[in-house]
Design a protein around this ligand. Structure first.
Ligand code: NAD
Length: 322
């Protein structure tokens, strides 16, 4: 089978391409390398350094390749960045998705190609019900979350208008190898591992009391969900699915877990005031994904943290020869 993966050189994209190639599939990667790295390339993948917003080019690519599925991951996925820069963020996160939807239809592939759209738990905003089911009202608190929700609606519209086979997966906090430190916009786990393994001079911090909790989902599980959604025999009618671990971890518990997996090395965090607009808790109700996608997230959080830490350790700059 042929798969197109957009955002192929990013964190989830790299892991997804690797799993597909290992399974013997043909994989076409599309990434403009705006944040992804050319070196994060999986041997065997055919890469195109292009933007998903290049509408005509994308139609042409799909006509040529006739993929069984497009796994659409390309995005500018930083919440804080989207608040500071709503235009470039929304251009990719919303218009880029519309461009992918348009390309499948214009390429004449509605009967042939399924779209798996990478949505986000940020569509919920601060959810009142935990674990949060997909039917929970959505109240995004950032341009990023709003663009993801609007993109889901565009997916649903393309299903209604053209019968497009499309599904949206709302990932919760994804972590794992290749989940790079994102500088000022980084999430806590990559930032803390960056300090421990790559740049000791970087001061890691904790905003608020640390009792806020997140549903941390391993990247291998997200890839499992993407492939299950891309290959399920029965098509989709623009359904949405939560993809998470289905378990919550406070930031203080995460700190303790990281300290344990790195051999009880202390992680000194500078305490900062709570971030304005920060959601206190996230926790996915994954029963729908379990039933309809056969989704089974891993159960050994410490082992997944260990694998992630090992990747960070491998990124440590070599000592200079001088
Ligand atoms: N990582 C998470 O915790 C998380 C959580 C929820 C949803 N998501 C979603 O999952 C998807 C993948 O996230 P990620 O963590 O791998 O992000 P990432 O930033 O690591 O990867 C995104 C990739 O998209 C590429 N890209 C950006 N704009 C592009 C464009 N116009 N055309 C082509 N490529 C472009 C970037 O160069 C990058 O390689 C995103 O849609 C994101 O919103 C991620």
């Amino acid at each position: 089978m042929t798969f197109v993966v957009t955002g192929s050189n990013g964190f989830i994209g790299y892991n997804n391409c690797r799993r597909l190639v290992e399974a013997g599939e043909k994989v076409i990667g599309v990434d403009d390398l705006s944040s992804g790295l050319a070196e994060d390339a999986v041997p065997g993948v055919q890469y195109h350094v292009r933007s998903v917003t290049e509408a005509d080019w994308l139609v042409h690519l799909l006509q040529e390749e006739r993929p069984r599925a497009v796994i659409h991951l390309a995005a500018v996925p930083r919440v804080a960045y989207s608040v500071a820069h709503p235009l470039p963020s929304t251009d990719v996160n919303l218009m880029g998705t519309l461009s992918v939807l348009n390309a499948i239809v214009k390429a004449g592939l509605v009967e042939h190609t399924r779209l798996v759209f990478a949505s986000s738990s940020s569509v919920y905003g601060g959810a009142e019900v935990l674990p949060t089911p997909e039917i929970h009202p959505c109240n995004p608190q950032s341009p990023y979350g709003l663009a993801k929700l609007q993109a889901e609606h565009w997916c649903a519209l393309f299903h209604r208008l053209y019968g497009l086979d499309v599904v949206s997966l709302r990932y919760f906090n994804v972590f794992g190898p290749l989940g790079r430190f994102g500088g000022a916009y980084s999430t806590v786990l990559p930032a803390w591992l960056h300090h421990l393994f790559v740049a000791p001079a970087y001061q890691p911090f904790l905003e608020g009391d640390g009792e806020q909790s997140r549903d941390f989902c391993f990247v291998g599980d997200v890839v499992q969900a993407n492939i299950a959604a891309a290959t399920r025999e029965r098509g989709f009618a623009a359904e949405v699915f939560n993809i998470g671990r289905g378990a919550a971890c406070t930031l203080l518990d995460l700190k303790a877990a990281i300290e344990e997996v790195v051999g009880n090395k202390p992680l000194p965090l500078e305490r900062r005031p709570p971030r304005v607009g920060d959601v206190k808790h996230t926790l996915a109700d994954i029963s729908r994904a379990r039933t309809e996608l056969g989704f089974r997230p891993g159960e050994d959080f410490l082992a997944e943290l260990r694998e992630t830490a090992a990747w960070y350790r491998s990124q440590r700059p070599a000592p200079s020869a001088a």
